[in-house]
Design a protein around this ligand. Structure first.
Ligand code: AQP
Length: 344
């Protein structure tokens, strides 16, 4: 994998690595390549926490029994992808009340105008902004709380490996940390976004101008981590490439570029090696080899996923233990924040 996530500023060792993932659907190749593969690597190097952010998931309508199932599915998939509970803390956000509590404190510093400019809110709310729920509007402040809770005391920056779509939210988290510290003294440190140079925005297969997304309306745009090999083959076959025949990393052909980016990340080969491998072969060969490559990566993940799901006690134990650790680590920072503002 040549796509190390790059921190937006350089500092010493981070306090911790933190990142979250919403249980709003089945995880896909974008979540995997943009975020999870980096988490798997970073957990070896830094103390890390990865959260299934279910409080974020209820900002859009979701059936309660489906949400309950998706929380377990996402947690099991994280383990199947290589998140190791002996190295990292894996927990469900709503098991740690400090997230909602710190969110409220930060709400009292967050400018409404700033939240109104958040691209993800504008996209998700669409034309119905006046009728949208406050939770969706407030989503980035909860995300700031998720991150800042793990800066430790005395505070040190939290490293946050995310896809490119989260950059703007990370800027808000940095801003809220600054505002808080200026007003109340040094409780937080500005977190650092780590966004990979390649793969931070995997695009839809049939609509390569939109990012691959769990909640998108077209299943043909998305390779789910639980897709069987024949579904992967079918979706890759139908993927948009564009005119021409030459297999080249050409930004003016976003569909082809996206397929080649996925190939590059999964194969670990350089762009030059890939172009020379496919010289004179055409798009059909690329699609066929890419589908096989994706299948080869997904099959062991799916096998491990089914193992984890067949042992619900194990999964429950991992999440209970993770929640205890997260409660312990976050309480230090929450107490410092409450003391600083004059609460408690
Ligand atoms: N297409 C993508 N390419 C690269 N990275 C991506 N991520 C999401 N989509 C892509 C990254 O995956 C992590 C977890 O994302 P999330 O579940 O918290 O929510 P999201 O960013 O809103 O992802 P989705 O799939 O589009 O979910 P829905 O449809 O529910 O909103 C994040 O680090 C994200 O950047």
């Amino acid at each position: 994998m040549d796509a190390e996530p790059r921190a937006s500023s350089s500092v010493g060792a981070p306090a911790r690595v933190f990142s979250g993932i919403m249980p709003t659907g089945t995880l896909h190749l974008g979540n995997y390549l943009g975020a999870i593969v980096h988490w798997v690597r970073l957990q070896q190097v830094h103390p890390s926490l990865f959260s299934v952010v279910d409080l974020h998931a209820i900002t859009t309508p979701i059936d309660p029994s489906l949400l309950r199932e998706k929380i377990r599915e996402v947690a099991a998939l994280l383990l199947a992808c290589g998140i190791d509970p002996d190295l990292a803390t894996v927990f469900v956000q709503s098991d740690v009340p400090a997230h909602a509590e710190l969110c409220w404190i930060l709400n009292c510093l967050a400018p409404v105008g700033r939240l109104e400019r958040m691209v993800q809110f504008k996209e998700k709310a669409g034309q119905q902004r006046e009728n949208e729920n406050v939770g969706l509007f407030d989503y980035p402040v909860l995300q700031a709380a998720d991150i800042l809770l793990y800066c430790g005391q005395p505070p040190r920056p939290v490293l946050v490996p995310v896809g490119a779509d989260q950059r703007q939210h990370l800027e808000l988290a940095r801003d809220l940390a600054r505002r808080f510290d200026l007003r109340f003294g040094p409780v937080f440190a500005e977190p650092i976004a780590a966004v990979a140079e390649t793969g931070a925005r995997i695009m839809g297969l049939e609509n390569p101008l939109k990012k691959m997304s769990k909640s998108g309306s077209n299943p043909g745009d998305v390779i789910a981590l639980l897709d069987p090999p024949d579904a992967v083959r079918r979706k890759i076959k139908r993927a948009v490439t564009g005119p021409g025949r030459e297999v080249r990393f050409d930004q003016s052909q976003p569909g082809l570029f996206n397929l080649l980016t996925i190939y590059q990340l999964l194969s670990g080969q350089s762009r030059a090696e890939i172009e020379s491998h496919f010289a004179g072969k055409g798009y059909a060969a690329l699609k066929s080899e890419l589908a096989e490559l994706i299948g080869a990566v997904l099959t062991p993940i799916q096998d491990r996923y089914h193992d984890v799901r067949s042992n619900p006690d194990y999964l429950a134990e991992v999440l209970t233990d993770g929640a205890e650790r997260a409660r312990r680590e976050s309480s230090v920072v929450l107490e410092a924040a409450k003391r600083a503002v004059g609460l408690g």
